[in-house]
Ligand binder design. Structure first.
Ligand code: ADP
Ligand code: ASP
Ligand code: MG
Length: 457
C-alpha cells in the first residue's frame, strides 16, 4: 500500500478535489490511503474564530464560521450530484451547527483553552476528509472516511500532541487494513488525533505531512507521497527566489535539516517515521502531476554542488545571556537550559563566548517570562525580528573552505550568530529578518548558478 497526502491548496476547492480524484485513480492498484489537510487557509480561519470567541467577540466568530460554511457547501454542491448533495448538505449543516454551538460556548465563558482550540481547529480536517470521501464515491471510487481521532492516538499536550505509536499502529491496522483488503480507499484528515480517552488533539501546524508519515510507517507503506503546490523540494523557497530549481533526490538527513530550518514544504517531524522504516518519501505537485517531483531516500547520490538547498526561518528571537564570572562555572549552562525547559521554549541555535551564551528561539509570548527567570542567573537581553539561514548538503562534511565562500559573499551583511558542526551537513547563521530575501538570492546565485544534472532538474 501507499500513502498519498494532499495539502491545503491541493483540496482548496471543487476543481482541486477533482484533480486529487484523478491522481488517486491512477494509483488504485497500489492500494492508496489518502490523507488530506483542511482546505487552504481554513485552519487559520478556525483559529481566528476560536480566538475571537475567546475574547468574547461572538459575532465575529459566528460571521467567520458562516463564511466557512458557505465555502464547504459550494464545494460540495459542485462535487456531488443533487441526490447525494441533499443528504450531505444536512450532514454538513449538523457539523457547522455544532461548531457554532461550540463558539457560542467559548464566547460565553470568554476563555479559550488549548483543549477547546484543538476542538475548533479539528473541524478543518474533519470536514475536508468527509467532503473528499463523498466526492471520491460520487466519482466511482469506493472511499470510506476515517475519523483520524479513532486511529491517531496521542498524548494530551494540546496543539502539539505527540503520537503514541504502539496504540496508533494497532488501531491503524485494525481500521485501515480491512478497508484496503476490500479494495476501498480510506480517506482521513491529517493534523488531528485524540488521546486514549478520546479527547481531540492536534499535532502542530503543518502536521498533516507528519500524519501521513505516521500512517505510512504504521502500515508499512511502500512509499509516502506528499502532494503540494510546487514541483518538489526546491533549492530554496520559490517565493523568495524565482530561480529556485527542483531537487530530484535528497537524503533523509538533508531533508530533515531543511524542513526544520524553514522549508515549509515538509513538516520537520515527517522524516523520522519514514527513516525508521526506510520508506521513501516523494514530494509531488497536484497541479502538475506528471512532474517526477523530489525523492527523499536514505542515501542521495554524490553531488557536484556544495549544497543541496538554502532554507530561511523567520520570526526568530535571539536571547543573550551574559555572566562574566559564571559562564565557565560548573552547572551554569545547565541552569540556563533548565529555565528554557521550565518555560517549554525550544532552542534552535546556540553559540557561546567566554562571557556569554546566545540562543535562538521562535518568537513567542513566553519570552518575557523566560527572560525574567534567566535574569535571576545573569544579565539577559533579547531581540526579535531575526532569521536563521541554513545551507544544507552532505558535501559540507568534506569540502574545505565552504564557510569562507559563504561569508565572503556576505561581507556587508550583519551576521549575529554562526553555527557549523553539530550535524556536519548544515551551515547555519542568524541575520536580521529584513535581509532574508537579498541574502537568499545572493547565496542562490553563488552556489546554484551551475547545477549537477544528476541531482537537480
Ligand atoms: P501544503 O499546504 O501542501 O502542505 P505548504 O504551504 O505547507 O503546502 O508548503 C508548500 C510551500 O512551501 C510552497 O508553496 C513554498 O512556498 C514553500 N517552500 C518553502 N521552502 C521551500 C523549498 N525549499 N522547496 C519548495 N517549497 C518551499
Ligand atoms: N491544516 C493544518 C495547518 O494548516 C495542517 C496542515 O495543513 O498540514 O496547519
Ligand atoms: Mg504543509
Amino acid at each position: 500500500m501507499i500513502v498519498m497526502k494532499f495539502g491545503g491548496t491541493s483540496v482548496e476547492d471543487a476543481k482541486a478535489i477533482e484533480r486529487v480524484i484523478s491522481i488517486v485513480k491512477q494509483r488504485r492498484a497500489q492500494k492508496p490511503v489518502v490523507v488530506v489537510s483542511a482546505m487552504a487557509r481554513v485552519t487559520d480561519q478556525l483559529l481566528a474564530m476560536a480566538r475571537a470567541a475567546g475574547s468574547g467577540d461572538r459575532e465575529t466568530a459566528l460571521q467567520l464560521s458562516r463564511g466557512l460554511r458557505e465555502r464547504h457547501y459550494n464545494a460540495a454542491g459542485e462535487l456531488l450530484g443533487t441526490g447525494v448533495f441533499t443528504q450531505f448538505h444536512s450532514e454538513l449543516e449538523g457539523d457547522f451547527d455544532a461548531l457554532d454551538e461550540l463558539l457560542r460556548g467559548i464566547a460565553a465563558v470568554g476563555e479559550l483553552t488549548p483543549r477547546t482550540s484543538d476542538n475548533v481547529a479539528a473541524n478543518g480536517e474533519l470536514l475536508s476528509s468527509k467532503l473528499a470521501a463523498a466526492a471520491f464515491s460520487a466519482r466511482g471510487v469506493d472511499a470510506t472516511m476515517i475519523d483520524s481521532r479513532e486511529c491517531l492516538v496521542t498524548d494530551g499536550v494540546h496543539m502539539r500532541a505527540a503520537p503514541l505509536y504502539d496504540e496508533t499502529n494497532a488501531r491503524l491496522k485494525e481500521q485501515i487494513v480491512p478497508l484496503l483488503d476490500q479494495g476501498r480507499v480510506p480517506v482521513m484528515g491529517g493534523f488531528i488525533g485524540a488521546t486514549k480517552a478520546g479527547v481531540t488533539t492536534t499535532i502542530g501546524r503543518g502536521g498533516s505531512d507528519f500524519s501521513a508519515a505516521i500512517v505510512g510507517a504504521g502500515l508499512g507503506a511502500e512509499r509516502i507521497e506528499i502532494w503540494t503546490d510546487v514541483d518538489g523540494m526546491m533549492t530554496t523557497d520559490p517565493n523568495l527566489c524565482k530561480d529556485a530549481r527542483r531537487i530530484k533526490v535528497i537524503s533523509f538527513d538533508e531533508a530533515a535539516e531543511l524542513a526544520y530550518f524553514g522549508a515549509k514544504v515538509l513538516h520537520p517531524a515527517t522524516v523520522l517515521p519514514a527513516v525508521q522504516k526506510n520508506i521513501p518519501v516523494y514530494i509531488l505537485n497536484s497541479r502538475n502531476p506528471s512532474c517526477e517531483g523530489t525523492r527523499i531516500a536514505a542515501r542521495a547520490p554524490t553531488c557536484r554542488n556544495s549544497f543541496k538547498a538554502i532554507a530561511a526561518k523567520k520570526r526568530i528571537t535571539i536571547v543573550d545571556v551574559a555572566a562574566p564570572r559564571m559562564l565557565l562555572a560548573h552547572g551554569f549552562l545547565k541552569a540556563i537550559f533548565e529555565a528554557f525547559d521550565r518555560h517549554k521554549v525550544p532552542v534552535d541555535v546556540v553559540s557561546t563566548s567566554e562571557v556569554s551564551v546566545s540562543l535562538t528561539v521562535d518568537s513567542n509570548e513566553s519570552i518575557p517570562a523566560l527572560a525574567a527567570d534567566l535574569a535571576k542567573l545573569a544579565d539577559v537581553k533579547y531581540e526579535g525580528r531575526k532569521a536563521i539561514v541554513c545551507l544544507v548538503g552532505e558535501n559540507l562534511r568534506e569540502t574545505p573552505g565552504i564557510a569562507a565562500r559563504v561569508f565572503g559573499e556576505l561581507s556587508d551583511v550583519k551576521i549575529r550568530m554562526i553555527s557549523q558542526g553539530a550535524s556536519e551537513i548544515n551551515l547555519t547563521f542568524v541575520i536580521e529578518e529584513q535581509d532574508v530575501p537579498s541574502v537568499i538570492q545572493r547565496l542562490h546565485k553563488t552556489f546554484f548558478s551551475e547545477l549537477d544534472p544528476a541531482v537537480f532538474a
